[in-house]
Design a protein around this ligand. Structure first.
Ligand code: ARG
Length: 466
């Protein structure tokens, strides 16, 4: 923590009841300042609205309110210029700001906390912070989607093998594959919007746990802070962190999607696949093996995914045994949430760059798209068209693949005679279905990989993002 000025020796706000000072180990153990100081802006925003509420209720005079607001604004400037004198006795950002306010404007600063507890204050600050952070995250997610859409548009003519069980299954368009991640991210954003709507309630006025006895118009304060409504139960408002858990769950799902894409980038950029090349600026080399180019970004994203899940499990576990209402355990919520937010937004941002700089090896993809008996389903479907029941068609085609394997032939090398050697149901148009383009174009239902379909969806998604 920067401490450019000499640390002031302030008494603790609650020291009246105590005979002895707290042990230095206790101060260090219970302090959350290093973690929660990043909520300074939201804390000040909440305090300004609270002071206006107190003024409207006649608890503060207009002059007192003005002095408090001016003091708070000066504090904001001090923190932003890194000139705020944090004290070792500041338990958290709330105490630090309140202490400084009294230093700056005198005893009237002590009136700000009227009708408020740190319990409803922190419940408010956390909502305000999360609202801002998730708003920014949705924007970052949109940029990530845009990078995928741009690559999809650039490669609308590129086919690749589609996989199940990581075995070549059926050809698909690379654009179709990329758009799958755009769909996932669209739902990720939807989850964030859902939780933002659910947590859109202002908790101030809940006091420590029982509510407030000052005639503050809570709805007015909520309006000042841009909330749709106010919390309806003070015990609930100061003690639940379900909105933090929802955020961690949404972040976990989002980064899980990012991790799957990362796994594919790692596979695809390997010598074994050679489907893509990652941009140099986002890879590293080996200190020992000069030929290496390592896919560090997707590996780190995959690694961070475990870390983010850990935060979700941590907070679920923290909350499961807590009696109502506030317990100090809840202070641990912020480190988990902030780290998850940091890791997910950094991952989104850098994967966006990687996707923008990704070069696609059209030739390798094109070759792979037709190899490995990937067109076998086309022949089975062909036979179904000749009124052969699908199960029988599947069996015939299976025998054909077996024959090819035994004779070291690819499906595309076959002659009509080869086909008829397996089944006389094959007629001379059978060979026509053995093309990658045909296999793709026939998947033309909504959701399929036919180029026309993919183009329509691409356009629709571009419109959603615009
Ligand atoms: N730093 C505390 C937290 O994050 C603020 C609330 C403290 N309340 C209390 N009663 N000690 O939870």
């Amino acid at each position: 923590m920067t401490n450019k000025k000499k640390s002031p020796k302030a008494e603790k706000a609650w020291s009246g009841r105590f005979r002895a000072k707290t042990h230095r180990l206790m101060d260090a153990f219970s302090s959350s300042l290093a973690v929660d100081r990043r909520m300074y802006k939201q804390d000040i925003q909440g305090s300004i609205a609270h002071s206006k509420g107190l003024e409207q209720a006649g608890v503060l005079t207009p002059q007192e309110t003005k002095a408090i607001i001016r003091g708070l604004e000066q504090i904001r400037a001090e923190i932003e210029k890194d000139r705020f004198p944090f004290a070792p006795t500041d338990e958290d950002i709330h105490m630090a700001i309140e202490r400084r306010l009294t230093e700056l404007i005198g005893p009237v600063g002590g009136k700000l906390h009227t009708g408020r507890s740190r319990n409803d204050q922190v419940a408010l600050d956390l909502r305000l912070y999360l609202r801002d952070a998730l708003g920014a995250l949705v924007k970052t997610a949109r940029q990530f989607q845009q990078a995928l859409l741009d690559q999809a548009r650039r490669h609308l003519d590129v086919a690749m093998p589609g996989y199940t069980h990581l075995q070549r299954a059926q050809p698909v368009l690379l654009a179709h594959h990329l758009l799958a991640y755009v769909e996932m991210t669209e739902r990720d954003k939807g989850r964030v919007r859902d939780l933002l709507a659910r947590m859109d309630e202002m908790p101030l006025g809940s006091g420590a746990l029982a509510g407030t006895n000052y005639p503050v118009d809570r709805t007015y304060v909520a309006q000042l802070l841009g909330f749709a409504g106010v919390t309806q139960n003070s015990l609930d408002a100061v003690s639940d962190r379900d909105f933090v858990i929802e955020a961690l769950a949404a972040l976990s799902i989002l980064i899980m999607h990012l991790s799957r894409l990362s796994e594919e980038l790692i596979l695809w950029s390997s010598q074994e696949f050679r489907f893509v090349e990652l941009p140099d600026a986002f890879c590293t080399g080996s200190s020992m093996m000069p030929q290496k180019k390592n896919p560090d970004v997707p590996e780190l994203v995959r690694g961070k995914t475990g870390r983010v899940y850990g935060h979700l499990m941590a907070l679920l576990t923290t909350l499961k045994g807590l009696p109502l209402s506030y317990n100090r355990d809840l202070q641990e919520d912020k480190e988990a949430l902030f780290d998850a937010l940091d890791q997910v937004s950094a991952s989104l941002e850098i994967v966006t760059k990687v996707m923008q700089g990704l070069s696609v090896n059209r030739e390798t993809l094109g070759k792979a798209a037709g190899a490995g008996y990937i067109l076998a389903t086309e022949l089975a479907d062909y036979l179904t068209g000749k009124n052969v029941p699908f199960r029988e068609a599947h069996a015939i085609t299976g025998r054909l693949v077996r024959w090819c394997l035994d004779h070291k032939k690819d499906l595309r090398d076959l002659t009509l005679a080869d086909l008829r050697g397996i089944s006389t149901k094959f007629e001379k148009d059978a060979l026509d279905v053995l093309t990658v383009e045909g296999a793709i174009e026939r998947r033309s239902q909504i959701g399929g990989t036919a180029r026309k379909r993919v183009e329509v969806r691409l356009k629709a998604l571009e419109k959603v993002l615009a």
